[in-house]
Ligand binder design. Sequence first.
Ligand code: ADE
Ligand code: ZN
Length: 318
Amino acid sequence: MKSLKKIELHLHLEGAAPPGFIRALAAEKHRDIGGIFDGKGAYAYRDFKDFLRVYEAATSVLTTPRDYARLLSEVLAECAEQGAIYAELFVSPEFCGGADLPAWRDYLAAMEEAAAEAERGGIASRAVLTCIRHFGPDRAKRTAICAAETSGGWVAGLGIGGAEDAGELGDFAWAFDCAREAGLGLTAHAGEWRGPQSIRDALALGATRVGHGIRAVEDAALLRDLAERGITLEVCPGSNVALGLVRDWAAHPIARLADAGVRVTVSTDDPPFFHTTLSQEYQRLADAFGWAEAEFRQMNLWAVDAAFCDQTTRTRLR
Ligand code: ADE
Ligand code: ZN
């Protein structure tokens, strides 16, 4: 599966940090990040709430533009190793410096340089600045302003992740309006922990893509709507299985979503947290549903259509 050319639309930069990278940075900075690793050095968490805690603790050692740039270089090298030719990185300034400009201009400039270097090596990328839902709408506003002020280059979209049970997506309308007016692409995590209405709420914000969105499978009218409107789901099956949302791979709704005509794509979310890689996601789907190159090629074409990059890049990716 490694040789198949892939598009990854849903990859959290902070969540893609290998545990060794975070441990080394913590040691360099003499910071104690507490017991977030198991005996083998992997991230250890009990459930989704605990995952968010561990995630935040790991992220707390990313404190400079250079940290983010180094992390991005490592993550893009791994993407390329997995056969990805394009990746959209969800970057959450709220974890570091609170999205305050001008500080975040420096972070993004450092990352843009690392991204350009990686692109010369064959892997293109864009950033989706991603609000943290449980940090609330005020901090999201600052992220949206940061995204709007830096849009047009590497920053291509606005997203929202975090605890889906915190408030309502409608509380973040200001942030999404601001980003839309700046010409940014919009995506929102929904239909992961909450039901079909959360996906409708994401669409009401103007999202053309939904992060996860798998619980659309519970609502036939919503499935028709998603299919008709060509909404793309950023499905991360290994994440869903690891977090216990879905019993096992065979029970994953991705095949039912695809059968309903919904544009499904395949991503990894936070690969080291879920002990997965992009090639492994494809392999597991092939094993569970008998999918082969033709099915995966179609999903990657949908991913290219839904990518937030410019048209010239899109044409090159097809
Ligand atoms: N942030 C990182 N991974 C996430 C997930 N699976 N759901 C919501 N927010 C996240
Ligand atoms: Zn995610």
